[in-house]
Design a protein around this ligand. Structure first.
Ligand code: GUN
Ligand code: FE
Length: 474
């Protein structure tokens, strides 16, 4: 028999052991929780830091390293390996050595970096049916596909869904600046502008004007008031990245009274103009019959909608007679050359090489969805290819577009519509695309210019990063 006192002592020892065990378990649990909390805080801090990488207000000054390619003149690529210092969205200068090691460095040592591409002409509401109906020519295509689709955008839900897809894809593309047609719906056009603003895409966006020769279900009854309201609403919104542009659809669809008013508004509000010009033979004939003008451009020019004091983009100019070309030059009008659209709709071949060499302001346009793609590299390829057909079959005196000329149109010339944009010169806005060549068949040894050539022609080229006015988009 155990002495009960001994028994009590043993029990006391067990109690102590148990208490010690409990203390150890609780301590381990508390320490584990503390470690977990520390790890969580660390994770959140690091994640936040990554987010701020994309925030221009934190990194308003940074250095970027890589091989920079641009075209100061149309006939020559400039290739420089080194560093560019960017401050408040503007290029301070190019350096061979890192100018300031204390700054954030984006290191793209082995990559090619080119200026962002400017799309001078596209229709956001047409993105939803890109590729459809292209067995038709312009006027039939407008009637059967374009107007029915654009009219659907009166439904906010549909418009929101479709425009979100468009803006997302535009954001992922090589396009950093764009001049965009919306629909004739004022508030829905503002919705599109809100979405573009959120993505920090610099764009001109136009509420489309059309008050004649349009179907009953897609025509404006009070276009003048709505255009004015559109401009007033834009003013109130005080956007940073998107701006309004006066947008008569084309002469066929706008009464003289409306065109006159739009010309007055462009002047009053000091905003640019965009429309279509001499795209298709039937269209040109229609304009001649309706307006009695000597040539198409006159129908815009007489209302102050054709350059001069009002910056203007005219899409196409495939069949412009000499008087029209002279007026384009005299008034400094920009031509948006849209070769994919001109081929798809069997419109014709724009003499782009001739225009460029004659000093006309000519850039590229995807013209989605007369053009089937937002990929401006494809538009560049197509521009070169049709210029070769033009040279071989139509105009042997017009040598085909070269790669540097075409690149110049997509970057330098197109960019100049938006300001100091499109090259890596000092004081220019820093719009840049970092090229990802990993999927391109680069089995041989190529110099930088050859790598760029391959990238432009090879559909496997991807975009690694994109900057718009110093904002890192991705
Ligand atoms: N002319 C008038 N409207 C349009 C349009 O939506 N697309 C093209 N390519 N030409 C036009
Ligand atoms: Fe168009």
């Amino acid at each position: 028999m155990l002495d009960p006192r001994e028994n009590n002592e043993l029990l006391g020892k067990d109690d102590n052991k148990n208490r010690a065990k409990k203390i150890i378990i609780i301590s381990v649990a508390v320490i584990s929780i503390i470690i977990l909390v520390i790890l969580l805080i660390l994770y959140l801090t690091l994640r936040n830091k990554e987010d701020t990488d994309n925030n221009d207000t934190i990194f308003n000054k940074f250095v970027i390293k890589g091989t920079f390619i641009d075209t100061l003149i149309k006939d020559e690529f400039r290739i420089r390996k080194g560093y560019i210092l960017v401050e408040d969205g503007l290029i301070k200068d190019f350096f061979e050595e890192n100018p300031d090691k204390s700054l954030k460095l984006y290191d793209y040592s082995s990559k090619l970096i080119i200026p962002g591409l400017s799309d001078l002409h596209l229709h956001a509401p047409q993105y939803s049916f890109a590729g459809l109906g292209l067995d038709l020519e312009l006027l039939q295509w407008l009637e059967k596909y374009t107007f029915p689709e654009e009219s659907k955008y009166k439904d906010v839900e549909y418009a929101k869904k479709a425009y979100e897809v468009f803006v997302n894809d535009l954001s992922k593309s090589a396009i950093t600046r764009a001049s965009i047609f919306a629909t004739l719906h004022t508030d829905i056009t503002l919705l599109l502008m809100d979405l573009l603003e959120q993505k920090k895409i610099y764009a001109f966006v136009g509420k489309v004007g059309m008050d004649r020769n349009s179907p009953d279900y897609y025509i404006e009854k009070n276009g003048k008031d709505e255009t004015k309201r559109f401009l007033e609403e834009c003013k109130k919104k005080n956007y940073t990245y998107v701006k309004p542009i006066i947008t008569p659809r084309f002469t066929v669809a706008c009464t003289d009274d409306y065109m006159k008013y739009m010309g007055e508004l462009a002047k009053e509000y000091q905003i640019p103009v965009q429309s279509h010009l001499s795209e298709n033979l039937d269209e040109i004939e229609l304009v001649k019959n309706i307006t009695g003008t000597d040539f198409y451009a006159e129908s815009y020019d007489r209302y102050g909608l054709f350059g001069n004091e009002t910056k203007t983009i005219m899409a196409h100019s495939v069949f412009s007679p000499d008087e029209e070309v002279n007026l384009i030059k005299k008034n400094g009008v920009y031509i948006a050359h849209c070769p994919t659209s001109n081929s798809n709709l069997a419109s014709g071949i724009c003499p782009a090489a001739r225009y460029l060499r004659e000093g006309i302001n000519i850039g590229l346009g995807s013209d989605v969805s007369g053009g089937h793609t937002l990929d401006l590299f494809e538009v560049m390829r197509h521009a070169i290819q049709v210029s070769k057909l033009n040279y071989r079959y139509l105009h042997p005196e017009q040598k085909p577009l070269t790669l540097s000329e075409t690149f110049f149109m997509a970057t330098n010339k197109g960019g100049s519509f938006f300001g100091k944009v499109g090259t890596f010169e000092k004081e220019y806005e820093f719009d840049a695309i970092v090229l990802d060549e990993s999927l391109i068949n680069n089995i041989g040894e190529y110099n930088e210019k050859e790598r760029l050539e391959k990238f432009i022609y090879d559909k496997n080229g991807k975009i690694e990063s994109k900057f718009i006015r110093g904002n890192k988009i991705f």
